[in-house]
Design a protein around this ligand. Structure first.
Ligand SMILES: [Zn+2]
Length: 512
């Protein structure tokens, strides 16, 4: 599941919406009688899910960051498990792999920031708030907390102390990483105010919360942004970043206040960007269907391999294991693969572990444009992301209600499957366009929806360990993960054997 920022939320204004998490309601309870579970379901075992998740989310996998050897190691592990489970390769050249290039653009280490002859090291003393190019040479002016607008900052490098973001962007209760959200909102608001007053660069000296968030701002901003290095994919849209325009805005450590405060110091802010390629990979496998007429149609189960890698330590732990995100679905669809091997369906089943989801849904964007089977032969995408935490009896199904629902047929099958398996009380709030997290847009089903494939996302939603080193296999509810796996499998089974493939709702159009 990607960060809100990379998912291009409508902006911090969205946070102004009260985080009124509506009570969990069961408006979507299925009416259909429960079908008998298919024989293959006995191949889905809690002990397998636990064993596999302890492997894929172990410290040895080093957080599986996209474009690194760690993601490749995890991908090879997945292909190995798929082969052992009896799934056939469905990638390129008879392998389980579909390779693609990611293009990363970031601020270069050759960037120079200096004030009064003192060099400030990027990502150590100061953090840039975005990937922006600049070549500024100007004197400094200390603008206090930026509230005194009579201070003339025009043509100068404005130094100011970070102040809390304005009301309306301050609802950080109940979202993950509140310090990071605070810092981003505060930097954005104050940086904008000072550049509007004519500053050619802004250096904000962190307050106590901003200082806590410094490592997180660095971890996100220093990575820059990523895209797929493939013209067909970029032409299909959905990019997640670009080189910024306008004056640079930097966050400085609090300890630098005395050094930065004097007016009229010569300052240089020369930010240089650089771009380079990394390999990433989708792992793809299949189980052929049994019906000669229907076997060229595919039900696709989807997860993502990558997580956030090795980052700054929290409580002594620097490996962001990504057990729930998205080790949980990664092992679930492996188990579903075993179920289809045990009992193939009429249609074929396709299994994909996407690369580089956390860097902007890159693997799914690439595969939606370069599918291993014609896209119109993929009758449904069942994607999961974070499916093993929170209350044992609740879950979310995303894409069940307008404006996100693109196939009422598929929704009916998924609800019937829930009634037959997990019997979860469905929390419909996460599927609403007004949900402050914008949850629907943050995983790998989205590119397929944009290309007209019926799709759903299964999730057990956010928790305080999301995108931290605390997302560990020991914190997963394995009984719940098993029920979620059963539910995804049962849905796919119903789709794979249905006389008619699920139709796309007439007039569906994904806005945003
Ligand atoms: Zn994630």
């Amino acid at each position: 599941m990607i960060d809100r920022l990379r998912a291009r939320m409508p902006g911090l204004a969205a946070l102004a919406l009260a985080l009124a998490f509506a009570a969990v309601t069961p408006p979507l309870a299925a009416q259909q009688p429960a079908p008998t579970p298919p024989r293959g379901m006995s191949a889905i075992k809690q002990t397998d899910l636990r064993r596999d998740l302890y492997a894929i989310a172990s410290d040895a996998m080093r957080g599986r960051e996209a474009g690194t050897l760690d993601e490749l190691r995890a991908s090879i592990w997945e292909a190995d498990q798929a082969r052992k489970a009896g799934l056939q390769p469905a990638g390129e050249d008879g392998t389980y792999f579909q390779w693609f290039k990611m293009k990363r653009t970031r601020l270069s280490p050759s960037s120079v920031i200096a004030v009064g002859g003192r060099t400030l090291t990027l990502w150590k003393d100061v953090a840039a708030s975005g990937t922006v190019e600049s070549d500024v040479h100007a004197p400094t002016v200390f603008a206090g907390d930026a509230s005194d607008t009579s201070i003339d900052v025009r043509g100068k490098v404005a130094i100011a102390t970070l102040v809390p973001p304005p009301p309306g962007t301050r609802q950080f209760e109940g979202v993950y990483s509140p310090e990071w959200h605070y810092a981003r909102a505060a930097i954005a608001a104050e940086g904008l105010a000072l550049t509007r007053r004519g500053a050619v660069a802004v250096i904000l000296v962190a307050d106590s919360i901003g200082d806590v968030a410094f490592d997180a701002v660095t971890a996100v901003s220093s990575r820059g942004f990523y895209d797929v290095d493939d013209s067909a994919t970029t032409a299909a849209g959905g990019r997640y970043g670009s080189i910024g325009r306008g004056p640079p805005v930097l966050l400085a450590h609090r300890a630098l206040l005395d050094a930065l405060r004097p007016n009229g110091q010569n300052a240089e802010v020369r930010l240089v960007t650089e771009s380079f390629d990394y390999p990433s990979v989708n792992v793809i496998a299949k189980v052929r269907g049994t019906d000669p007429k229907l076997r060229d149609e595919y039900v696709m189960f989807s997860s993502h391999t990558d997580h956030d890698g090795v980052r700054f330590p929290m409580a002594g732990d620097s490996i962001w294991n990504g057990a729930d995100d998205n080790g949980s679905t990664t092992v679930a669809i492996l188990a579903i693969g075993r179920a289809f091997v045990k009992q193939p369906a009429k249609r074929s089943a396709l299994f994909i572990w996407h690369g580089a989801e956390e860097r902007g849904l890159l693997g799914s964007r690439y595969h939606a444009v370069h599918p291993v089977v014609p896209l119109h032969q993929i009758v449904a995408v069942l994607n999961g992301d974070l499916i093993g935490r929170n209350n044992p009896d609740t879950a979310s199904l995303l894409g069940v209600q307008p404006p996100h629902r693109n196939s009422a047929d598929l929704v009916r099958m998924a609800l019937a499957a829930n009634a037959a398996t997990g019997k979860f009380v469905l929390d419909s709030t996460w599927d609403r366009p007004t949900h402050p997290e914008g949850w629907y847009f943050r995983s790998d089903h989205v590119p397929y929806v944009r290309h007209g494939v019926p799709a759903l996302m299964y999730s057990t939603n956010l928790h305080p360990d999301y995108h931290t080193p605390r997302d560990e296999p020991s914190r997963i509810d394995y009984a719940k993960l098993t029920r979620m796996t059963d539910w995804m499998y049962e849905t796919g089974w119903l789709v794979a054997n249905a006389a008619k493939r699920p139709a796309v709702d007439p007039g569906f159009k994904l806005e945003r």
